[in-house]
Design a protein around this ligand. Structure first.
Ligand code: KDG
Length: 336
């Protein structure tokens, strides 16, 4: 009798399951994802991984349409579209968003990270989680931190071998007061500008230089309009992989879980490609005829010393508790 009951229950369960279509918790949808770099940037591989992962988890129902080169507007404009619920996703630098969330400025503090290991540990740990929680309060779901990378200076006038060499250089910076002060503090004429305007401004000599990671300098073809690259590693910028909270709240739990898992899987791929491509991009920049110089250890230390004033000035606006949490976490990481 018991066996009969078990068989009957199994039969009923199988019938119910058969009646529920596969991937029932997923709705056919196309997610618009915008970004300011070109598709041959490592973000292209990250988005590709996101696409295939979501297709696998949703039976092809969750699609991603990538828009590159600021096609849907710059970082801040696209992020505001997410907050209003008119666009699903953006991969954006954290720096242009400090007007939305001042705490993001902690990532812009000059010479914050010494290497990618520290950056990953901070972004994927307590500090990153805390910032993501605060982003939710301003209408943004941060699914993961991808890598923009360590930033270096290019310009058309001269090599920068010590911080005093910045004097008089007209350098484009992201629209962010910490970056503005970092370069003003070294004597540069810092010019805040959206990323999409940089190439033309360099080409027309409206500005002398800009600063970005090697892969961005390479894939944005800045070598065509810049003569010098000075390896300063003066800041490490993360990318935020943001989803509109308004639109997120309309998703099923299964769809939300798929996006969260796939964004992290894609993060590992994007960081891997970013680090592999970094050296190749530097080699290509040199091959394009750009004169590359590395700061010697003594001059790099002097530049770090000179930049400490920027930390003191901006701790209050970023949020002392966020800056302290960052410093405490970094001290813990460096003890290991
Ligand atoms: O959308 C890509 C931009 O966020 C990124 O390239 C920004 O590093 C950046 C810059 O210099 O504006």
């Amino acid at each position: 009798m018991k066996a009969f009951k078990l068989t009957l229950a199994a039969g009923v369960a199988a019938t119910i399951l058969a009646a529920v279509p596969a991937y029932a918790q997923f709705t056919e949808r196309t997610i618009r994802l915008s970004n300011g770099v070109n598709e041959d940037h490592p973000n292209g591989k990250g988005v590709e991984k996101l696409k295939t992962c979501l297709a696998d988890k949703s039976g092809g129902k969750m699609k991603v349409q990538g828009f590159w080169g600021n096609a849907l507007g710059g970082d801040l404009q696209a992020t505001q579209a997410l907050r209003s619920g008119t666009q699903e996703m953006v991969v954006t630098s954290s720096s242009p968003l400090i007007g939305i969330l001042p705490d993001l400025g902690v990532f812009d503090l000059p010479f914050l990270f010494a290497n990618e290991k520290e950056a990953d540990a901070i972004l994927d740990g307590k500090v990153g989680d805390q910032i993501s929680k605060k982003l939710e309060d301003v209408g943004l779901i941060n699914l993961a931190y991808w890598e923009n990378g360590f930033r270096n200076l290019t310009n058309s006038r001269r090599p920068v071998e010590k911080w005093e060499d910045f004097k008089g250089l007209k350098v484009r910076v992201m629209q962010n007061n910490v970056f503005l002060d970092t370069f003003k503090n070294m004597g540069a004429n810092a010019v805040p500008m959206a990323f999409g305007e940089v190439f033309t401004a360099l080409e027309t000599k409206a500005i002398d230089g800009q600063e970005n990671p090697f892969v961005t300098i390479d894939t944005s073809k800045f070598s065509e309009v810049q003569k010098y690259l000075s390896v300063t590693r003066h800041a490490y910028t993360p990318f935020l992989v943001l989803y509109s909270k308004k639109l997120w709240d309309e998703l099923s739990k299964d769809e939300q879980a798929a996006l969260s898992e796939c964004a992290v899987l894609a993060r590992d791929e994007q960081r891997k490609v970013s680090r592999e491509l970094s050296e190749a991009s530097l080699k290509k920049i040199k091959g394009d005829g750009v004169v590359v110089n590395e700061l010697n250890a003594q001059e790099a230390e002097r530049m770090r010393e000179q930049s400490k004033a920027v930390w003191e000035k901006h701790a209050a606006t970023i949020g002392p508790e966020t800056v302290k949490m960052m410093q405490d976490e970094l001290n813990q990481i460096r003890k290991k």
